[in-house]
Structures are given as structure tokens and as C-alpha cells.
Design a protein around this ligand. Sequence first.
Ligand SMILES: *Cc1c(COP(=O)(O)O)cnc(C)c1O
Length: 246
Amino acid sequence: MFFNQREALVEKISTRLAEVRAEMADAARRAGRRPEDVRLVAVTKTHPPDVVLAAVTAGITAIGENYLQEADEKFTALGWLDAEGGAPVARHFIGHLQSNKARKAVRWFEYVETVDSAALAMRLDRLADEQGRRLEILLQINSSGEDEKSGIHPENVEGVLISLAKLAHIQVRGLMTIGRFDPDPEAARAEFRALRELRDALRAVAPPTVELEELSMGMSHDFAVAIEEGATIVRVGSRLFGSRHG
Ligand SMILES: *Cc1c(COP(=O)(O)O)cnc(C)c1O
């Protein structure tokens, strides 16, 4: 990319980032929360390495990717070779993780948001141990109750948490949900609130080694509602980088 094209891209992302951060801060204040208690994960899936670099220059501190093959190629091109200290941003995996791909996830990411079974968590723990790493994870919850969606059903989370208490190479930080898509941001409010209430209830019964500070919920169209309902991590793609379709 030519220098002026790169500058223009950084400029465009910086403008959008400032808007998103202002809306995030407003939503936090409306809920009596501190803006600095909500983190932005910029979802760079489908966007090439140039866009990721521009995002870093614009001030993004965490990125999210959904596909391991794509992340592998992108991070290799960027020279971000391994998870610890290899990149100028925190890397969050936010896609569906098949257990046969878990090794790659541990290699490239310091944070896996989409752990949807105790078996997967145990596998990640073993692989992190092999790689001399410690991995942060969130448990993905099927908060909409739709059976075909991935995620742990709310009634089963407590059992999963207890079975993870002794794993030394993963640190459970909280819960994540994708939620049912509805163009109306208000449609997600009840689901977001339910996830926060689930988190609060689990805190009372979770083993002491498990942390339940984080709630990753909300995307481009509904992050403000998610923050009002307690999100500590929002995952925003198209608002920062434009539509992924065309
Ligand atoms: C793609 C994706 C996002 C970002 O979606 P936008 O609507 O572009 O903000 C967030 N979370 C997950 C899990 C995603 O797959």
C-alpha cells in the first residue's frame, strides 16, 4: 500500500474508533459505570494485514479473529509469531473452536472467548502446558436457549466451572455470549441482563480459582445496550472497519 493510502486508512479507522469509544463511554456513564472498565476488542476477521496494522496505529489494543486458518496466515504475514509478547495487541479468539484446532488457538491467541465445554477447556489446558503458556478463557453461554447455537446451557455452567477449578494453565475470567441476532439493539437487552445475572449467581458458587469478572457481549449494533447491562468486553467489527460483505 502506498504511504498516503495507509495514512487515509489510519485516519478513517481513527475517526470511527473515536466515535465508538465516545458511545461506549456514554453508555457506561448512563449505567453508573466507569468507561475504563469496558474493553474494546476490534474484530478484524476477513480484513487483511494492512487493515490490522492501521488499526494498531489508530490505537486499537485488542483484536478478535474467528477463523484459525485466516489468523495463522495473517499473524504470520505480520510477524506476530507467538502468543506471548509476539504482537502489539491482545489477540482474542472469538470463533467456534473445534478441538482438533485447539493447538493453533493456543499458539496464536492469549485469550479464547469461545470455550463451550469442559472437554475443550481441559484440552486447552494440556496444550498450554505443553507450550509453556497460560491462557485466559471465557465460557461461551448459549443465552438465547436456541438449541442449534453453540455455547453451554446456563443450567450446566456451574458443573463446568467446578470441573475446571484445578486446571493450572488456563484462567477462567468470565462469560461470553453471541446472542440472537436482531437488528433492533433493544431486542438483546433481556439476554444481556440474563447473562449478567447468571454471572452474579455463579460467583457465589464458583471455586476460588475461577474468576468471573468479565462479560463479553455486544457487537457493532448493540454494544451500547450491552454496556448498560454490564458488558466488560465488547466485540466490534463493522462499525470500525466497514461492512464485510463487499
Ligand atoms: C463478527 C463477530 C463480531 C463483530 O460483529 P460486527 O457486527 O461486525 O461488529 C463479534 N463477535 C463475534 C463472535 C463475531 O463473530
